[in-house]
Each structure stands twice: as C-alpha cells, then as structure tokens.
Design a protein around this ligand. Structure first.
Ligand code: C2E
Ligand code: MG
Ligand code: MG
Length: 372
C-alpha cells in the first residue's frame, strides 16, 4: 500500500526504490532543493492520511532526509550517505524533514568513530584521570579533589568528556567507563595513602549506573582489595539522573550509602528537582552549578539564588560546594555567605595525578591561601 501510494506521486523520470526494511528512496529528476522540500512535505501529509488495514485505520509517520545533486555530492555513495544522515537528523526533529547540512558528514563520522573506539579506550590505555582541587573554605585546606575523565584518542587527540560521556551514555558503554574510573581512582587513593597523602575524591556517576543494583557491591569489593576506606569516596550524581527513575535510584543510592560512600548532587539548579525532593535522597553534599557562579556579584539575581541555596542546604544538613569559581571576589562572597567548599580555575584546573601532587605542595604557601 505504501509503495502504491508513493508510486502514484511520481512524475515522469522520477524513481522509487525500497532500500531496506522501512526505508524508501525517492529520486526526483530536474528538481532543486526547494522543490524537493515541497515534494517531501506533500508526501509527509499524504502518508499521514489513514489507510485501511482490515478493520483498522493506520496513519504513517515518517522522517524524510534530502540530499541534492550536485551540491551535496556528485556520486551515488555520497548522495545516499548524506540523505541517510539528513533522515536521521530529521528523526530527531518535530518537523521530520531535513535537508543535508554541510559538515554533518564529518561530525557524524566522528561520532561513529568515537562510539566504536570508546569500547577499547580503557584497555588501550587512552583514558586518563585528572584531579581538580576542591577547597575547604573555612579550613583553607585542600583535602578533596574531583576526578574528571580525559580521553586521548589516537586520531582526534584530547576529546572532552562533554562530547564522549553523552555518547557513551547513549550507546551503552558508560558502565565500562565508570568501572575504569572507579578502579583507577581507588588505585590512586591507595598510592597516595601510602605516601601519607590522605585525600577524598569525588567521581561522576551517570543515570545508567543508578540502574545497576550490583554497583555498590562491586565498589565495596574494590575498596577492600585496595584497602581504601569508603569515607575517601564521594559519588557525584546529577540532579536529573537522580530524578529519572527515582525509586530505583533511591535503592542504588541507599546501597552505596550503606557501604559508607558519600553522595553529592552535581550541577544543582539545572534540573527540575526541588530541595524537598532531594531531602528524600540520602545525599550529603550539593554542588551549585557553575552557571550561577560564573557572573556572581553581590547584587545579582544569582546572588539571591546562591545565598538561599546555601542557607536551605545547611538547614537540611547538606554541605555546599560552588563549582566554576574563577575570580577572587567570588570566592570572598562565597566565604562570607558560609559556602563550605569551592572548586574552579581560580583554585586549580583539573590536572594529572603527578601535577596535582606538586600543585598541593605549592598551594599551602600560595597567595590565595593567605587571602582567605
Ligand atoms: P562536572 O562533573 O560538573 O565537572 C565540572 C566541569 O567544569 C569539568 O569539565 C571542569 O573541568 C569544569 N570546570 C571546573 N572549574 C571550572 C571553572 O572555573 N570554569 C569553567 N569554565 N569550567 C570549570 P570537564 O572536565 O570537561 O567535564 C565535563 C562533564 O563531564 C563533567 O561535569 C561531568 O558531568 C562529565 N564527566 C567528567 N568525567 C566523568 C566521568 O568519569 N564519568 C561521568 N559519568 N561523567 C564525567
Ligand atoms: Mg562533577
Ligand atoms: Mg557540575
């Protein structure tokens, strides 16, 4: 029925083919992009008209991607690939219709390569853990750090976690990464403990990890193997990850807490949770998202948000961390408002373990330590 319907729209010279499954190819002769878009729109409307199957009326929805000769390619392979990319882009959109966008090809190829290579990144030694200091504001000391993952890709060089973490989350390899990060962080803690350097480190955990009921047990075993105390470990979970499947997340979080691991809410203020909802979660720390800190000054709207978040968190018994502290006046304000911890380029950028150790030794005598 579908092919019959589509065939009825063909003009002389046009051709229709079925590629695979539910994918069809329509080739329009002597048509420019504008005409192709108009034709695609008509097709979309046509398919939406219900068709009778037995006693049922079925309406079809579809995604249409368009590539035009010669601007999007002068050979069948390029044109087909780019039409497919445009179709995938269209599927993400409500309009369901996309013309191939210049450059999407490279971006798309890069994504495919990253997804493919991500699975082997750990075993190939391409992953590195960076450590960013977290300053204990009243104590003026640094005894905490956040572990941030870096990927040194053999072809693309350093790929930011902002790019590869979401890909890993979408393609089911995030748990592989989380496992590597936990193992590496515990190995580092064990090594530091041996030097008499006792740090507490925070790790970032994804929504997918919160669906894993075995997580706590695995971490407990790894802690025991490395002889590291659970108090040295904090798991950071974004607000939205906690809210996705609240019941399951609560279960996993309670198990982690039962091991003695501390829990922290990352990027607070960017999701839709309320402090009331968070109160039900077994968390000890809240990290105010950097978007509230970036342009913080005494009289801004952000100041009201940050101050009241600090106050409310304290009355709920939560420690507050400000992320993205870049300038000294911000740190002074945060100190005045009773914020517990500050993290940001002002204090230190994320760095490899050896550089972090060196940084720590210099920090104690630094200007900033005296300013506070
Ligand atoms: P996040 O956990 O909120 O980490 C803070 C991000 O802010 C880091 O970016 C850090 O480098 C950056 N940052 C810290 N201080 C400043 C500052 O003063 N100014 C500015 N402009 N930025 C600052 P990064 O390392 O690129 O990580 C981005 C995100 O990727 C992290 O956000 C986290 O959500 C995710 N991520 C990183 N490592 C891991 C990991 O091992 N597992 C998971 N699941 N996610 C990770
Ligand atoms: Mg974090
Ligand atoms: Mg954050």
């Amino acid at each position: 029925q579908l092919s019959r319907r589509l065939q009825a729209t063909l003009r002389p010279g046009d051709s229709l083919a079925r590629l695979v499954n539910d994918e069809m190819l329509l080739m329009l002769e002597n048509s420019d992009s504008d005409n192709a878009i108009a034709a695609a729109d008509r097709l979309h409307q046509l398919l939406l008209k219900p068709m009778r199957v037995g006693t049922l009326d079925v309406a079809l929805d579809c995604s249409i991607g368009i590539a035009a000769y010669p601007i999007h390619g002068n050979n069948p392979d390029d044109l087909l690939r780019r039409a497919a990319i445009a179709m995938q882009d269209a599927a993400q959109q409500s309009g369901r219709l996309e013309l191939y966008q210049e450059g999407r090809d490279d971006a798309h190829q890069r994504q495919i390569n990253l997804v493919r290579d991500l699975r082997h990144a750990a075993e190939r030694g391409e992953l590195i853990l960076y450590y960013q200091p977290k300053l204990d504001i009243p104590g003026r000391r640094v005894h905490e750090a956040e572990c941030l993952l870096r990927w040194n890709h053999p072809h693309y060089g350093m790929v930011s976690p902002g790019e590869f973490i979401p890909l890993a989350e979408r393609t089911g390899s995030i748990q592989l990464l989380t496992t590597w990060v936990i193992g590496e962080a515990l190995r580092q803690l064990h090594e530091w403990n041996g030097h008499g350097l006792v740090m507490q480190v925070s790790l970032n955990i994804s929504a997918e990890d919160l669906g894993d009921l075995q997580l706590a047990e695995r971490v407990r075993q790894q802690l025991a193997e490395q002889g590291v105390s659970a108090e040295q470990l904090v798991f950071e979970i974004t607000e939205s990850a906690m809210m996705r499947d609240q019941q399951r997340a609560l279960d996993v979080l309670l198990r982690l807490r039962a091991c003695g691991i501390q829990l922290s809410v990352d990027d607070f203020g960017t999701g839709y949770s309320s402090l009331a909802q968070l109160k039900r979660m077994p968390v000890q720390e809240l990290k105010i998202d950097q978007s509230f800190i970036r342009e913080l000054d005494e009289h801004s709207e952000d100041a009201v948000i940050v101050r009241s978040t600090i106050e409310m968190s304290h009355s709920l018994g939560l420690k507050v961390v400000a992320e993205g502290v870049e300038l000294a006046p911000m740190l002074e304000l945060l100190a005045r408002w009773g914020c517990d911890t500050a993290q940001g380029y002002l204090i230190g950028k994320p760095m490899p373990a050896a550089a972090f150790e060196q940084w720590l030794r210099q920090w104690q005598g630094s200007q900033l330590a005296k300013v506070l």
